[in-house]
Design a protein around this ligand. Structure first.
Ligand SMILES: Nc1ncnc2c1ncn2[C@@H]1O[C@H](COP(=O)(O)OP(=O)(O)OP(=O)(O)O)[C@@H](O)[C@H]1O
Ligand SMILES: [Mg+2]
Length: 228
Protein backbone atom coordinates (compact mmCIF):
# COMPACT_ATOMS: atom_id res chain seq x y z
CA UNK A 1 0.00 0.00 0.00
CA UNK A 2 1.17 3.50 -0.89
CA UNK A 3 0.09 6.64 0.95
CA UNK A 4 0.50 9.96 -0.83
CA UNK A 5 0.59 13.13 1.24
CA UNK A 6 -1.04 15.76 -0.97
CA UNK A 7 -1.45 18.26 1.86
CA UNK A 8 1.06 21.12 2.11
CA UNK A 9 0.86 20.86 5.90
CA UNK A 10 2.56 17.47 5.68
CA UNK A 11 0.58 16.13 8.66
CA UNK A 12 0.45 12.61 7.23
CA UNK A 13 4.19 12.64 6.61
CA UNK A 14 4.91 13.92 10.12
CA UNK A 15 2.51 11.49 11.77
CA UNK A 16 4.31 8.56 10.13
CA UNK A 17 7.47 9.63 11.97
CA UNK A 18 9.09 11.86 9.32
CA UNK A 19 8.80 14.73 11.72
CA UNK A 20 10.31 17.47 9.56
CA UNK A 21 8.58 17.20 6.19
CA UNK A 22 9.87 20.60 5.09
CA UNK A 23 13.49 19.44 5.18
CA UNK A 24 12.93 16.37 2.98
CA UNK A 25 14.94 16.32 -0.25
CA UNK A 26 12.34 14.67 -2.50
CA UNK A 27 8.59 15.03 -1.98
CA UNK A 28 5.40 14.96 -4.04
CA UNK A 29 6.09 18.57 -5.07
CA UNK A 30 9.51 17.59 -6.47
CA UNK A 31 8.06 14.64 -8.37
CA UNK A 32 5.14 16.61 -9.79
CA UNK A 33 7.57 19.39 -10.72
CA UNK A 34 9.74 16.89 -12.60
CA UNK A 35 6.72 15.52 -14.47
CA UNK A 36 5.65 19.04 -15.42
CA UNK A 37 9.15 19.61 -16.83
CA UNK A 38 8.96 16.34 -18.77
CA UNK A 39 11.75 14.78 -16.73
CA UNK A 40 11.94 11.02 -16.15
CA UNK A 41 10.53 9.78 -12.81
CA UNK A 42 11.55 6.34 -11.48
CA UNK A 43 8.84 4.26 -9.70
CA UNK A 44 10.61 4.19 -6.32
CA UNK A 45 11.89 7.75 -6.43
CA UNK A 46 11.41 9.67 -3.17
CA UNK A 47 9.28 6.95 -1.60
CA UNK A 48 9.81 6.44 2.14
CA UNK A 49 9.23 3.12 3.90
CA UNK A 50 7.40 2.86 7.20
CA UNK A 51 8.14 0.09 9.70
CA UNK A 52 4.56 -1.20 9.45
CA UNK A 53 5.00 -2.15 5.80
CA UNK A 54 3.43 1.00 4.37
CA UNK A 55 5.09 3.17 1.70
CA UNK A 56 4.80 6.94 1.68
CA UNK A 57 5.25 9.64 -0.94
CA UNK A 58 5.77 12.53 1.47
CA UNK A 59 4.32 16.00 1.12
CA UNK A 60 5.38 19.38 2.47
CA UNK A 61 5.03 23.14 2.18
CA UNK A 62 6.46 23.10 -1.36
CA UNK A 63 3.06 21.85 -2.51
CA UNK A 64 1.72 25.37 -1.87
CA UNK A 65 4.14 26.84 -4.40
CA UNK A 66 3.40 24.08 -6.86
CA UNK A 67 -0.32 24.72 -6.47
CA UNK A 68 0.19 28.29 -7.68
CA UNK A 69 2.46 27.41 -10.60
CA UNK A 70 0.19 24.56 -11.79
CA UNK A 71 -2.29 27.13 -13.06
CA UNK A 72 -0.07 27.83 -16.08
CA UNK A 73 0.78 24.21 -16.84
CA UNK A 74 -0.51 22.17 -19.76
CA UNK A 75 -2.61 19.23 -18.46
CA UNK A 76 -2.59 20.90 -15.07
CA UNK A 77 -5.34 18.62 -13.73
CA UNK A 78 -3.60 15.36 -14.60
CA UNK A 79 -0.02 15.69 -13.35
CA UNK A 80 -0.73 13.47 -10.32
CA UNK A 81 -2.43 10.97 -12.63
CA UNK A 82 0.82 10.63 -14.61
CA UNK A 83 2.60 9.89 -11.34
CA UNK A 84 0.01 7.26 -10.35
CA UNK A 85 0.52 5.57 -13.72
CA UNK A 86 4.21 5.16 -12.87
CA UNK A 87 3.67 3.59 -9.41
CA UNK A 88 0.28 1.87 -9.85
CA UNK A 89 1.71 -1.57 -10.70
CA UNK A 90 3.69 -1.77 -7.48
CA UNK A 91 0.69 -1.44 -5.13
CA UNK A 92 -2.67 -3.01 -4.36
CA UNK A 93 -3.99 0.23 -2.88
CA UNK A 94 -2.96 3.85 -3.18
CA UNK A 95 -4.46 6.37 -0.74
CA UNK A 96 -4.10 10.12 -1.25
CA UNK A 97 -4.48 12.41 1.75
CA UNK A 98 -5.90 15.72 0.50
CA UNK A 99 -5.92 19.22 1.87
CA UNK A 100 -9.21 20.65 3.08
CA UNK A 101 -9.30 23.16 0.19
CA UNK A 102 -10.47 22.43 -3.37
CA UNK A 103 -7.34 23.82 -5.05
CA UNK A 104 -5.44 22.41 -8.03
CA UNK A 105 -3.67 19.68 -6.03
CA UNK A 106 -6.98 18.34 -4.73
CA UNK A 107 -8.44 18.49 -8.25
CA UNK A 108 -5.39 16.47 -9.36
CA UNK A 109 -6.28 13.86 -6.74
CA UNK A 110 -9.91 13.74 -7.91
CA UNK A 111 -8.72 13.42 -11.50
CA UNK A 112 -6.82 10.20 -10.77
CA UNK A 113 -8.84 8.58 -7.97
CA UNK A 114 -11.32 5.72 -8.29
CA UNK A 115 -13.21 6.93 -5.25
CA UNK A 116 -13.24 9.50 -2.49
CA UNK A 117 -13.77 8.93 1.21
CA UNK A 118 -14.90 12.09 2.99
CA UNK A 119 -14.17 12.31 6.72
CA UNK A 120 -16.45 14.72 8.59
CA UNK A 121 -15.80 15.73 12.19
CA UNK A 122 -18.83 15.11 14.31
CA UNK A 123 -18.49 18.30 16.33
CA UNK A 124 -19.66 20.55 13.52
CA UNK A 125 -21.29 20.12 10.17
CA UNK A 126 -19.58 21.87 7.27
CA UNK A 127 -22.71 21.89 5.08
CA UNK A 128 -21.44 24.52 2.67
CA UNK A 129 -18.08 22.80 2.34
CA UNK A 130 -19.70 19.43 1.72
CA UNK A 131 -22.06 20.83 -0.91
CA UNK A 132 -19.17 22.49 -2.71
CA UNK A 133 -17.12 19.29 -2.45
CA UNK A 134 -19.88 17.09 -3.89
CA UNK A 135 -20.45 19.61 -6.69
CA UNK A 136 -16.74 19.67 -7.55
CA UNK A 137 -16.58 15.87 -7.54
CA UNK A 138 -19.48 15.80 -10.01
CA UNK A 139 -17.75 18.29 -12.25
CA UNK A 140 -14.45 16.39 -12.26
CA UNK A 141 -16.39 13.16 -12.95
CA UNK A 142 -18.13 14.71 -15.95
CA UNK A 143 -15.13 16.51 -17.40
CA UNK A 144 -11.98 14.61 -16.48
CA UNK A 145 -12.47 11.29 -14.66
CA UNK A 146 -15.70 9.41 -15.49
CA UNK A 147 -14.75 6.56 -13.10
CA UNK A 148 -14.77 8.81 -10.06
CA UNK A 149 -17.18 7.85 -7.24
CA UNK A 150 -17.79 9.01 -3.70
CA UNK A 151 -17.00 6.00 -1.52
CA UNK A 152 -18.87 7.52 1.41
CA UNK A 153 -18.96 10.04 4.21
CA UNK A 154 -17.22 8.99 7.42
CA UNK A 155 -18.23 10.53 10.73
CA UNK A 156 -15.10 10.84 12.83
CA UNK A 157 -13.98 12.03 16.28
CA UNK A 158 -17.41 11.19 17.66
CA UNK A 159 -17.93 11.86 21.36
CA UNK A 160 -20.50 9.37 22.58
CA UNK A 161 -21.29 11.54 25.61
CA UNK A 162 -22.98 14.08 23.38
CA UNK A 163 -25.86 13.79 20.94
CA UNK A 164 -24.07 15.69 18.17
CA UNK A 165 -23.14 12.53 16.33
CA UNK A 166 -26.73 11.30 16.14
CA UNK A 167 -28.00 14.73 15.08
CA UNK A 168 -25.29 15.20 12.50
CA UNK A 169 -25.62 11.68 11.20
CA UNK A 170 -29.38 12.23 10.79
CA UNK A 171 -28.81 15.57 9.04
CA UNK A 172 -26.23 14.04 6.72
CA UNK A 173 -28.60 11.20 5.84
CA UNK A 174 -31.41 13.61 5.14
CA UNK A 175 -29.30 15.96 3.03
CA UNK A 176 -27.09 13.50 1.14
CA UNK A 177 -28.27 9.97 2.01
CA UNK A 178 -30.04 9.47 -1.30
CA UNK A 179 -26.90 10.24 -3.33
CA UNK A 180 -24.00 9.39 -1.04
CA UNK A 181 -23.42 6.54 1.36
CA UNK A 182 -23.01 7.53 5.00
CA UNK A 183 -20.83 4.79 6.53
CA UNK A 184 -22.55 2.77 9.24
CA UNK A 185 -19.25 2.64 11.13
CA UNK A 186 -18.21 5.83 12.88
CA UNK A 187 -14.85 6.64 14.50
CA UNK A 188 -15.03 7.53 18.19
CA UNK A 189 -12.89 10.23 19.74
CA UNK A 190 -10.08 8.89 21.92
CA UNK A 191 -6.99 10.25 23.60
CA UNK A 192 -5.16 7.13 22.42
CA UNK A 193 -5.86 8.16 18.83
CA UNK A 194 -4.74 11.74 19.44
CA UNK A 195 -1.41 10.40 20.73
CA UNK A 196 -0.35 8.63 17.56
CA UNK A 197 0.57 11.69 15.51
CA UNK A 198 3.48 12.17 17.92
CA UNK A 199 4.38 8.45 18.00
CA UNK A 200 4.89 7.94 14.28
CA UNK A 201 2.89 4.71 14.21
CA UNK A 202 -0.64 3.68 13.30
CA UNK A 203 -3.50 3.15 15.73
CA UNK A 204 -3.14 -0.61 15.09
CA UNK A 205 0.36 -0.50 16.56
CA UNK A 206 -0.27 2.12 19.26
CA UNK A 207 -3.53 0.81 20.69
CA UNK A 208 -4.43 -2.41 18.87
CA UNK A 209 -7.19 -3.42 21.27
CA UNK A 210 -8.70 0.05 21.57
CA UNK A 211 -12.03 1.29 20.24
CA UNK A 212 -10.53 3.41 17.46
CA UNK A 213 -8.50 0.51 16.01
CA UNK A 214 -11.58 -1.68 16.09
CA UNK A 215 -13.71 1.07 14.48
CA UNK A 216 -11.20 1.48 11.62
CA UNK A 217 -11.10 -2.29 11.25
CA UNK A 218 -14.88 -2.43 10.83
CA UNK A 219 -14.80 0.55 8.47
CA UNK A 220 -12.20 -1.21 6.32
CA UNK A 221 -14.50 -4.24 6.09
CA UNK A 222 -17.44 -1.99 5.22
CA UNK A 223 -15.43 -0.32 2.43
CA UNK A 224 -14.07 -3.58 1.04
CA UNK A 225 -17.47 -5.32 1.16
CA UNK A 226 -18.74 -2.88 -1.45
CA UNK A 227 -18.14 -3.67 -5.08
CA UNK A 228 -15.05 -5.87 -4.70
N1 LIG B 1 -10.50 9.44 16.64
C1 LIG B 1 -9.72 10.41 17.10
N2 LIG B 1 -9.72 10.71 18.43
C2 LIG B 1 -8.94 11.71 18.90
N3 LIG B 1 -8.12 12.46 18.17
C3 LIG B 1 -8.06 12.22 16.85
C4 LIG B 1 -8.86 11.19 16.24
N4 LIG B 1 -8.59 11.18 14.92
C5 LIG B 1 -7.68 12.15 14.70
N5 LIG B 1 -7.36 12.78 15.86
C6 LIG B 1 -6.42 13.88 16.04
O1 LIG B 1 -6.97 15.08 15.54
C7 LIG B 1 -6.01 15.84 14.82
C8 LIG B 1 -6.46 16.09 13.40
O2 LIG B 1 -6.67 14.85 12.78
P1 LIG B 1 -6.38 14.64 11.26
O3 LIG B 1 -4.99 15.03 10.94
O4 LIG B 1 -6.81 13.27 10.92
O5 LIG B 1 -7.42 15.68 10.67
P2 LIG B 1 -7.29 16.65 9.44
O6 LIG B 1 -8.61 17.27 9.31
O7 LIG B 1 -6.74 15.90 8.26
O8 LIG B 1 -6.23 17.72 9.92
P3 LIG B 1 -5.08 18.44 9.12
O9 LIG B 1 -5.72 19.65 8.55
O10 LIG B 1 -4.06 18.73 10.15
O11 LIG B 1 -4.60 17.50 8.05
C9 LIG B 1 -4.70 15.07 14.89
O12 LIG B 1 -3.92 15.61 15.91
C10 LIG B 1 -5.13 13.66 15.25
O13 LIG B 1 -4.18 13.00 16.04
MG1 LIG C 1 -5.32 16.10 6.94
Amino acid sequence: MLLIDADAQGSLTASLGFTEPDSLEVTLATIMGNLINDEEVEPGEGILHHEEGIDLMPGNIELSGLEVSLVNVMSRETVLRSYIEIVRESYDYILIDCMPSLGMITINAFACADSILIPVQAAYLPVKGLQQLIKTVGKVKRQINPKLEIEGILLTMVDSRTNYAKDISAMLKEAYGSRVRIFANIIPISVRAAEISAEGVSIYKHDPKGKVASAYDSLTKEVLADGQ
